[in-house]
Design a protein around this ligand. Structure first.
Ligand SMILES: N[C@@H](CCC(=O)N[C@@H](CS)C(=O)NCC(=O)O)C(=O)O
Length: 216
């Protein structure tokens, strides 16, 4: 197989990059990573060397370029046969959960930017933010209750859904989301995960900061 290269942004801030990177670690793919510093005068030029959208992550596989975190996760699932639940019905639920994340939660994403190494940040929790948090909590609890018996993840085994929500767990951790005990157990599984820990260690070492994402 041709070598895989994943092009990502700063580990401290790039929530979309984290999704693809985590999934690739969990399915056991070997890959090289290229980290591009976001929010610099050279960012666009550097990203343009790898993909057409001006955004990261981008997965390079031989001549193929796959951009967009969910498209990368889908490609990885096709390459490896891992990442989605086996049952068609459950897979449809997992895809719904991922799509809801990919196309929604705009308030959460804008008011609580991912800042992996930051702790004890606090902001005003608006009604719209509260609604996003409540919906995510409801979704996690529903997945865990209906599909989670085979392991600690949303669908038991690790799936793309867990990779998609890992940045949300980091946001909740940074800004102190008030959520139920069951949702906190799921958060604990994500935070203790070895691959996520590896990412967090690297995020801590990054020297740069992005002022717009230093909130609270
Ligand atoms: N829908 C895209 C969004 C990717 C995205 O917005 N990436 C941000 C970084 S997390 C980016 O590349 N920003 C470009 C920049 O900051 O110049 C995906 O899922 O991959």
């Amino acid at each position: 197989m041709a070598p895989l290269t994943l092009v990502i942004g700063n580990k401290n801030y790039s929530s979309w990059s984290l999704r693809a990177w985590l999934l690739m670690k969990h399915v056991g793919l070997q890959f090289e990573e290229i980290v591009i510093a976001l929010d610099t005068p050279e960012t666009r030029e550097e990203i343009d060397k790898h993909g057409p959208s001006g955004r990261v992550p981008v997965l390079r596989h031989g001549d193929l370029r796959v951009w967009d975190s969910l498209a990368i996760c889908e490609y990885v699932a096709e390459l490896t046969g891992k990442g989605w639940p086996q049952s068609r019905e459950v897979r449809a639920q997992a895809r719904s959960v991922c799509a809801e994340m990919h196309s929604g939660f705009i308030t959460l994403r804008s008011l609580w930017p991912m800042n992996a190494r930051a702790r004890n940040r606090r902001t005003v929790v608006t009604a719209a933010l509260e609604a996003d948090i409540e919906r995510i909590e409801e979704m996690w609890n529903d997945c865990r209750a209906r599909f989670g018996s085979g392991g600690p993840w949303l669908f038991g085994e690790y799936t793309i859904a867990d990779a998609m929500y890992a940045p949300v767990v980091l946001r909740f951790n940074t800004y102190g989301a008030r959520i139920s005990q069951t949702a906190r157990w799921y958060m604990a599984s994500v935070l203790e995960d070895g691959a996520l820990q590896e990412w967090l260690q690297a995020a801590k070492q990054e020297p740069s900061t992005i002022a717009a994402d230093e909130v609270g």
